[in-house]
Write a protein that binds this ligand. Structure first.
Ligand code: HH2
Length: 282
């Protein structure tokens, strides 16, 4: 899934694809680079952000979706928290509603059911304005899994088609660095469940917590690819990334190599060392 942010303020690419022409050109580039889905967004959900009004979000996204649909069959998802924007986007040709608030807005479940589209239900603690203010969990993996399963069950009960429901642990949405790492280590548990998993970690600031020099989000390509590979190996079905060409290449090579074979003649080889990162920043 290639990220196409038609926003002035997204944390890593804000302003680049704010104009329709530039966004359309980036959409074409993402498809040429190997994207299977284009994720169009008109609201930055970076920590501390404030949403645009609905008219503005519609203005940013709907003409772009129409223009993309006019020239490509590549499925488009709409990255929005607003049922009204999702409705207009599906009317314009979007096939998936990607909702980082996990269909929590009033009327979201009913809208999702009526649209007959795929939905990505992401876990977020609080909202973007406040989510990184001292997030706390008991067991983050259990809590996120339980919350996503409950939300997916609610979507199913509301009438969303079973084969259209995806879940996403929501890296960086109300989580510290330690929480994000716990979730990433447990991706296989998410993937072993009932719902296919989407993972969105590309260029996010938890990478800065591990690689202190990577202040510029554009300098987080290596970390982003590492997470995408970890996600794919754990069984995630979709990775949401900015750098589609590089990630697709890494995924292809990684899939060709496959899982390591046990070493013959060394049945008691010591287990691989696992570095422990001290939980510091979010
Ligand atoms: N993250 C962002 C936006 N949408 N959707 C899903 N399913 N999962 C995610 O982790 C996710 C998402 C935030 O990243 P980005 O779009 O790059 O930045 P911004 O919110 O500043 O536009």
């Amino acid at each position: 899934m290639g990220v196409l942010n038609a926003t002035p303020d997204s944390f890593s690419d804000g302003g680049r694809y704010h104009q329709l022409d530039a966004a359309l050109a980036q959409g074409r580039a993402l498809i040429a680079a190997g994207a299977d889905i284009l994720d169009v967004g008109g609201e930055s959900t970076r920590p501390g952000s404030r949403p645009p009004d609905e008219e503005e979000e519609l203005r940013r996204t709907i003409p772009l979706i129409e223009a993309l649909r006019a020239e490509t069959d590549t499925p488009v998802s709409i990255d929005t928290r607003r049922p009204g924007v999702a409705r207009a986007a599906v009317r314009a040709g979007a096939a998936i509603w990607n909702d980082v608030s996990g269909l929590s807005e009033r009327g979201a479940l009913e809208t999702a059911a009526s649209l007959n589209c795929g939905v990505v239900i992401t876990h977020m603690r609080g909202d973007p304005a406040t989510m990184q203010v001292a997030p706390r969990y008991g067991d983050v993996v259990d809590e996120v899994l339980d919350a996503l399963n409950a939300r997916a069950a609610a979507a199913l009960a509301a009438g969303v088609p079973e084969d259209g429901i995806y879940i996403d642990p929501g890296v960086g949405f109300g989580k510290t660095l330690a929480h994000n790492l716990e979730l990433l280590r447990a991706l296989d548990r998410f993937a072993a469940g009932r719902w296919p998993v989407v993972l969105g970690a590309s260029r996010k600031s938890f990478i800065l917590g591990l690689v202190p020099g990577a202040v510029d989000p554009l300098d987080r390509l290596g970390g982003s690819i590492a997470v995408a590979l970890a996600g794919a190996r754990a069984g995630c079905r979709i990775v949401r990334v900015h750098d589609v060409r590089e990630t697709a290449q890494a995924l292809k090579v990684d899939a060709a190599i496959g899982a390591p074979r046990p070493v013959r003649g060394a049945p008691h080889a010591p287990p691989a060392r696992r570095s422990r990162v001290r939980p510091a920043r979010g």
